[in-house]
Design a protein around this ligand. Sequence first.
Ligand code: ADQ
Length: 458
Amino acid sequence: MRRHDLVIMANRLPMRRSGRASGGWERSPGGLVTALHPVLRTREGLWIGWDGTSGRASRTIEHDGLQMKPVALATRDIDAFYHGFCNRTIWPLFHDAIRPAEFNPRWWEAYHRVNERFAKAAARQVARNRAVWIHDFHLLLVPQMLRATRPDLRIGLFLHIPFPPEEIFARVPWRASLLHGMIGADVVGFQTWKDAQNFSRASRHLADAEGTDSNLTFHGHKVRVNSFPISIDAKEMETLAARPSVQKRAVEIKSRLGNRRILLGVDRLDYTKGIEARLVAFERLLETHQASSDRCVLVQVAVPSRETVPEYEQTRTRIEEIVGRINGEFSHPGSVAVHYFRRNLGREELAAWYLAADVMVVTPLCDGMNLVAKEYVSSRVDGGGALVLSEFAGAAQELRQAIIVNPYDIDGMAAGIRRALHLPRSEQRFRMSILRMVVRRHDVQEWSGTFLGALERA
Ligand code: ADQ
């Protein structure tokens, strides 16, 4: 069997089976895949992940320049591991507990079992002394498990979501085991320095690690802790947005919406993304006559996500209620106040919407980074547009020329949106040019290069 120089591990494979698309595979949606696809294609690596089905694992697959090794999960594990521990324990807890986290020992056992399965799969696939880069909150125990059987490897872990303050993290009954799992890595990376600090403090206080916020030691093993803010393939986005077909589509979108000013939201339908608050802020503008549906329209595109989790169902219902309420009150024939689409847009269509949007409204209550904000900026090859961005998105640390808002402050957010709508043209272009420069300089290639460089040196 061929062993690989670089193995990426993530819960999901970057492709999923499809009846329609090329060769029965299509690219999966989501931030992680968007970020890592270009990295693996250029380095001859292997991606280990779950293919979204239950049953037996298949052989290594090659598609679109990517080698992929599916890991098989049993049906009962999918439920307890993925829907349970990942989505109902870690996700809410790590996002500041904005929804209550549930602690179920059966889910924890499944999480442990699945992590073991991933660690075993990786141990077989990596060449001696080479590197494994583990991604995200589904696989936090893998670093330690892998180190136990393959101490020769360099092991990196990157967390795509925030790491909560110690007092929130401390609620997890299995907190020390989770931390020990992560500490098994040589490099542990986070989106922001705050996340890194939260992790190091929790490790010192709850898991007997020693050291500073950036260098921890645990039983003689040294761990580097740092922030590595993720980004996008800026060139790809710019090229896409410059296509005549995309530009034409943007003009068509504007004209179909009556050439009104377009406010745009694009998100996974998730309670962390602040979609409800954004709608209510727009409603506030309409109520107070600071905006009118004759002159502007809010378009919300939300891709369905985790629909089996009750909180997501409730979020969807609430969003649909608010949209109905606003439209009932403020729409007129030919000028609907809010257009709401529950669907996944293709990359070209997405770029056209970004280009058409006068104001992009990105208002998560809590978000590791938020790639939508960076995609928007990058797609504005015309230098136009304005970005309203929540201070609780990791991206706000870098995109300082955005109009920064607190999504818990509805009046403040409404004022931010209004300000974005009325920015003098020169200021708007100035802000956008700086935002674009930041994203172009710190793109996904830089991100992966920096992380892998840190792993080499570890
Ligand atoms: P996500 O929570 O999935 O990612 P985000 O960073 O916003 O969030 O990325 C979403 C991706 O999905 C973007 O590439 C976007 O274009 C795409 N997308 C969203 N809605 C879409 C729609 N309706 N149609 C088509 N495409 C859509 C997690 C963390 C983030 C972190 C990323 C990467 O929660 O904080 O930025 O990982 O680390």
